[in-house]
Design a binder for this molecule. Sequence first.
Ligand SMILES: Cc1ncc(COP(=O)(O)O)c(C=O)c1O
Length: 373
Amino acid sequence: MVVGKHRPTIETVDLEAISWNIQQIRKGLSPGKKFFAVVKADAYGLGAVPVAKKAKEAGVDGFCVALLDEAMELRENGLSDDFIMVVGPTEAEDAALIADNGISVAVTAAEWLEAALPYLQERKTELPVRVHLAIDTGMGRIGLRTVEEVQAFEARIAELDGFVFEGIFTHFATADGEDPTLVERQLTLFEEILQAMAQRPPIVHLANSAISLWHEAFRTDAVRVGIAMYGYNPSDTVLELPYELKPSVQLDTQISYVKQMHEGDTIAYGARYRAFEGEWIATLPIGYADGWRRDLRHQTVIVDGQRCPIRGVICMDQCMISLPKEYPVGTKVTLLGENGGLVNNPSEMAVTIDTIGYELLTGINARVPRVYK
Ligand SMILES: Cc1ncc(COP(=O)(O)O)c(C=O)c1O
């Protein structure tokens, strides 16, 4: 994808804020607990390599990604010895690549191990595949679900060469909500499974941001923190953050065109907005093909410390806003982040369009150049 370097739409990522958030979250964890920074999906759209390097400097103990290719990107860009776990599915035929690169993977069944065996012959090293058994305690996504299945897996992996049973983990469905019922049920099932194992693997982990922020007490060896590290509330507007986090993303552009309208003049496709007499309308060089989604059209952006409503539908590469008065071409406009004391927080904006801050952040794509602060 072409990066739009020649237009003034820029995403600024505050790496210091990420570092500060890591320290804040760390203070809330019990001593000795490992902090795995979740940098999947290009660090939620903020750039996996720079974020991971900064997170390492801030003292994290490893990284979680979703794809084997995301793990390889880190390995190939200076994170050569760090713990990296792929929390999503991987292909058994990639077992040699996984082993040779010392990558830990989520495994959901003994069949994966059996299927990986022939591919392990192709290893260039003697390194084993580091296995983290996924347990589905209520998320309904991946993993074994019963004590019997886990015991059978444990027996089988002990018989096979080429694997090390490094960890076991689960993931929560409602940790960001007000009702703790499912969280408690998931914890109980996970604990029952751990108790029934012949040996607890060295790295037991379950906590995403929401668990780390609001339910840290459970005894585990590591947390997997994503959104909170980037400075956003995983619960959007439902639960309050227990301590301050600093948002790390600023999305700014500049006015590219300004005009004054007559009563009834229309704006954008479908002519859905009709201007009032004398209304100042500015055009912004950002649209849905940049990840500035069409359904954000009822939101406001910030100009000179004032909220300005988007007018009409958002086009592919541009959108229009209403100004309180004339502002010149080149005036800074903030879409996400702070401007003159006002803030557009993606977690809060997301609620109004029935999504989550994660989707807004990951949606801003490579067309928007990213700079680091
Ligand atoms: C398995 C797993 N662990 C941890 C995380 C991090 O979640 P959060 O960003 O809410 O901390 C995710 C993200 O979706 C995940 O899929």
